[in-house]
Design a protein around this ligand. Structure first.
Ligand SMILES: [Zn+2]
Length: 482
């Protein structure tokens, strides 16, 4: 099985918290609808030719947009930076005379795939520069249903979003290319099946969150563009009124399972506002809860194969506490019995809670569990783009902190034992920092205090909650009485 990670802890040089979810107020939506209508009646330059019978039937409604078929390359006007990019047409739909295209921007993360209205899609010709954004009708407000809502006056938001997205895009390796041929084939099949995002928005607790990816909800739910989710039991519903009825009778106020860790507000001088708790939930005992959790997680994870077979896993749910209850902010799952040192299968911080150090907190927690087990651990591969960055950042910080304090010789094995980080990960991290040499068949760590200081200076100064192992109340599964 392969699992992927999305943490949203990508380093931003200025450490500025940037969230990529956005609420969609009714007024905003209405304004954008009007804008789209205005855009739709604008005429395009002449010389555009129709290509299929289907659209001929619609000629009365929209006579002058060229039609593109699935698989064609086009220029599409992207919500993430308000310019045209080369894109592949993945799907086409016509609703009430309005045609739109689901496109994938070539060389960009699939997260940015979106529905683009026909008037923002243009013919692609190799070697010809893309249309400049000022030639686009309605420059101010492109609305891809998969993208963000951007309005005039939201420049600041746009800039910050862009910055984060560009950082993500430019810092990450392409996961598929790192896979072996069999995994690549599986991965491609998965891609084929999940090309078009189904659910666009979820409402959960006080958040309305734009989703990122396809998730395999049952068909009758997958047809909805918005789902309503009970934030405590994670049940999903199609109608707001169903959720309201459900809330009146749902008694759950925390994840089912045992609270194994509690972290009081303000501990270690962090920026975290509320007390945190971690609950352990058994996939076998609370199957529906864990399945619902995996379905939500998939909305924000590109590659993942676990949805329904949750029995072999334990789930560690991170919550923020307030007077209403324990609100889920993220989780990771862990195989009950791993033969390959895996200590983490899948990890997610929900978008409204990203950039608060919670991804790092969950990663650190997974290693605390490994220390209690007296084993080393490593996350399942392949790692997602965000997962890769988050783990690398965690390993780097932990190893540098030890090397900074330690006097005398340290071997890779020593570092691995002290941190529960698997030796391979220790080596690859030190290699990426250029702190290790391979000499006569063995690795030699070669550092000076000055070099360590330099590296530490380059690391994010974002505060994060630090785990206190003394308050972890947990017995490894193998030591529990059945
Ligand atoms: Zn509920």
């Amino acid at each position: 099985m392969s699992f992927m990670l999305a943490l949203g802890e990508t380093e931003i040089p200025d450490g500025d918290p940037i969230s990529i979810w956005m609420g969609t107020g009714a007024a905003l939506a209405m304004a954008l609808l009007l804008l789209l209508l205005a855009v739709a009646v604008m005429r395009r330059p002449p010389g555009v030719i129709k290509s299929t019978m289907e659209e001929k039937a619609n000629e009365d409604v929209k006579a002058d947009f060229q039609v593109f078929d699935v698989g064609m390359k086009v220029y599409a006007y992207a919500a993430f930076d308000q310019t045209y990019h080369v894109a592949d047409v993945i799907e086409r739909k016509t609703d009430g005379g309005e045609t739109s295209y689901y496109v994938h921007y070539v060389d960009y993360n699939k997260r940015l795939d979106e529905w683009v209205p026909a008037e923002k899609v243009q013919q692609y010709t190799s070697g010809v520069a893309p249309p400049s954004h000022c030639r686009s009708p309605g420059v101010v407000g492109p609305v891809g249903t998969g993208g963000e809502l951007l309005t005039p006056g939201s420049d600041r938001k746009l800039t910050r979003n862009l910055k984060r997205r560009y950082d993500e895009i430019h810092h990450v390796p392409k996961a598929v290319e790192e896979l072996n041929p069999i995994d690549q084939t599986l991965e491609k099949e998965h891609e084929e099946k999940t090309k078009v995002k189904n659910i666009q928005v979820i409402e959960m607790g006080r958040w309305e969150v734009d989703t990122w990816y396809y998730s395999p909800y049952p068909d009758e739910y997958a047809r909805e563009s918005k789902l309503y989710i009970c934030q405590f039991c994670l049940k999903y519903m199609k109608k707001k009124k169903t959720l309201l009825r459900h809330r009146a009778k749902c008694t759950l106020r925390h994840p089912p399972g045992d609270e194994i860790y509690r972290h009081q507000k303000g501990v270690c001088g962090t920026a975290q506002e509320r007390p945190l708790s971690i609950f352990e939930v058994d996939g076998k005992k609370n199957k529906v809860y864990c399945q619902n959790l995996c379905l939500i997680a998939k909305l924000f994870l590109d590659h993942k194969t676990l949805y329904y077979d949750v029995d072999p896993f334990l789930f560690y749910i991170l919550t923020e506490y307030d007077e209403q209850g324990y609100h889920i902010v993220g989780y990771f799952s862990k195989e009950k019995h791993s033969s390959e040192d895996y200590n983490l299968a899948c990890i997610l911080t929900l978008p409204p809670y990203q950039r608060k150090g919670y991804g790092r907190f969950l990663i650190a927690f997974s290693y605390e569990l490994s220390k209690k087990e007296g084993r080393v651990g490593t996350p399942e591969r392949p790692l997602s783009d965000l997962g890769q960055v988050s783990f690398r950042s965690y390993w780097t910080r932990v190893l540098l902190d030890i090397l900074k304090e330690h006097r005398g010789n340290l071997s890779i094995k020593d570092l691995s034992t002290m941190t529960a980080i698997r030796s391979d990960d220790v080596v690859s991290t030190l290699q990426s920092l250029n702190l290790i040499k391979y000499w006569k068949g063995q690795y030699i760590i070669s550092v000076t205090p000055k070099i360590i200081e330099e590296h530490l200076k380059n690391m994010s100064s974002q505060p994060y909650p630090e785990i206190d192992p003394a308050t972890l109340h947990w017995t490894p599964l193998v030591n529990r009485k059945q």
